[in-house]
Every structure is written in structure tokens, then in C-alpha cells.
Write a protein that binds this ligand. Sequence first.
Ligand code: PLP
Length: 371
Amino acid sequence: MTLAPFNPTPRTLMGPGPSDVHPQVLQALGKPTIGHLDPQFVAMMDEVKALIQYAFQTENPFTIAVSAPGSAGMETCFVNLVEPGEKVIVCRNGVFGERMRQNVVRVGGEAVMVDDEWGTPVSVDKVAQALADHPDAKFLAFVHAETSTGALSDAKALCALAQQHEVLSIVDAVTSLGGNELRVDEWGIDAIYSGSQKCLSCVPGLSPVSFSAKAVAKLEARTTPVPSWFLDQTLVMGYWGGGKRSYHHTAPVNSLYALHESLRLLQQEGLENAWARHRAMHEKLKAGLEKLGLSFVVDEASRLPQLNAVYIPEGADDGAVRSALLERFNLEIGAGLGDLAGKAWRIGLMGYAAREENVVLCLAALDEVLN
Ligand code: PLP
């Protein structure tokens, strides 16, 4: 059988991720592969670490990119930090809070759920009550930017509560990193993970992770071995940690070139400017969507600029509209997920996708297809 090389049609990616990759990042990906213990590569890894520290606004020495997608970053936090029998307060206001619960259960922890309506942020009051009711809890886990609904939670207030009750915070920043204000050290976040494919304008497959000194101490004080070999950070640190780099697994060399370039571009733009760009593009998109008669799932006060969930208008065929956008305009928007499946579309403005030309294309294409 003779197969032709795979040649995907270029698309504009305005779904929940992956989002548009910056052309310079794609170029970086095609640079010559070198050994992952080559001194040049090792020097680049030091820069990647410093750039992740910048993006997270942290000086945590334990800051790395896990060689796998955001889900592995999530798992890295739970398998390393939570030991059997430990109580974790888990906030669930969408799909990814539920995944956190599943992670807790799989490592033998006890999940105490704080539930909020889909499309609303995590209730700080309910979390305060849960912490008061469970003085033996060891962790508070929540999603900063819930990609399934487009709701932003108050990470600063939630982490302040965690500190007050002396529990460690575990924060999902897969969609928020690079798109929303996020200050790991200032807000006292203990364990945080993200993904390369959303507001960082990078290809999928890597997960920036950072642990505070308190989280590292918790890991070092474990009385049971970390139940995953690959994600055991006591082993990974031999490779990412300072000093001698020893082999743990073969690093995804070219993907790390891409992450380096994407974070370099973020640093060049400046974090605050990137947050402001996402906000400005959201305002433009919002005005156009409202003109088209579409209404948002999330109240304005807690709406994510980079993930716009809007109700599917009456009479519109969900699948047919998304197919027409893809086939006629090479434009991808996201379907609803979980409770919002068939009820909402998720329009992403993440990273390099948060540009005026994308907003204009999306509004014009939706107008064509819907009217
Ligand atoms: N957490 C959130 C909030 C996400 O949006 C996603 C992916 O969409 C994940 C975790 C999982 O990341 P990945 O799909 O890269 O494994």
C-alpha cells in the first residue's frame, strides 16, 4: 500500500484547545533533533524552567514541564502529594473538577466535594465552610479556569483560605496560564499544572508544573512510594533538577524547543499585555456575538475571556453549524461538553488565536452559517 504524506488543511482553531500555534513555534519544532543530554539541550532546558517560572510568576525551584499533556500534570500533583486515606476538598463546577475527584479516589484519598452549578465560579463561601467542617483535610483542589463552561474562579481568595486553614492548594491552570492573571507565589499556590496547547500558543503534549517548598516537603515526607513510576517527581528531579542531569526518560526534544519558543514569545509580549490582549479580543467577540443574538452561559463577572461559552440558538443544528464552519471556513469552534453537550458552543480565544483577524473571521462565518 502506498500512502501519501499526511497534509492537514490549515485551520483556524477557536475551540477549547488545541488553539492556533504561533508560526515561530511551528518553526522551532522543525529544528534538528539533538540528544536530550546534549549540553546545548540541557542549557535550553534551564531557560525553559526560568520561562515557566516567569509564566507562573514563581521562584519555586521545583518547576518543570511534564513530558505529557495537561492530564498528566493533573495526575502528577495528585499521585505525588496525596497519600492513601488523606482528605482532599475538591471543588466541582464542571468536567475538570470531576476529574480531580477521580484522581483523588484513584490514589486512595478521600474526596470531600464542594459542588457549584455549571457555568458559575467555585463558591468561596462554600469552600470556607467545607474547610471549617473538615479540619483534618490536607488539600484544597480546584480548577482556576473551567474549560467546560467558561467560568473563572477566584484563585487568590481560594488559596488564601487554604493558607488560613493550613492545607495545601492544588490548582488547575490548564486554560488560565497566559490568559488570566495568575500569581503563584503572591497567591501562595502550592501545586499547579497547566498545558502547552491553550493560551501559550504551543503544540499539545507538555504540562508545566510547579510545587512550592511546602509541597516538596510533603512529597519528601511520604511514607508510601509514589504509585506511578513515570510521574514520580522524586525520580524526575534527577533530570530536571539542578546539577547533574541523569537519564529518566527520553525528553520530547522538539516539543520542548516549541515550548521554549512559545514561552519566549510570551515573555517578549509581557504577561500583563497577554492578559489584556485576551480581554480586548473577548470584548470584540462578545459585542459581535450579542449582535448575532447569542447569549453567554456565564455571567459577565466570572466569564473567561479565552473561552466563550454561548447557548446554541433555537432552530440551529449543533453539528451542522460546526461542520459548515469547518468545511466552508476552515474554522473550528468547540462543542459543548458534559452537561452543556448539545446546548452550547465553546469559542476559544486562546494564545495566538486571540487576534483581531480571528474574531472577524469567526463573527462573519457564524453570520453566514446561521442566517
Ligand atoms: N484541565 C482543564 C481545565 C482542561 O481544560 C484540560 C483540557 O482541556 C485538562 C485539564 C486536560 O488537559 P489535556 O487535554 O492536555 O490532557
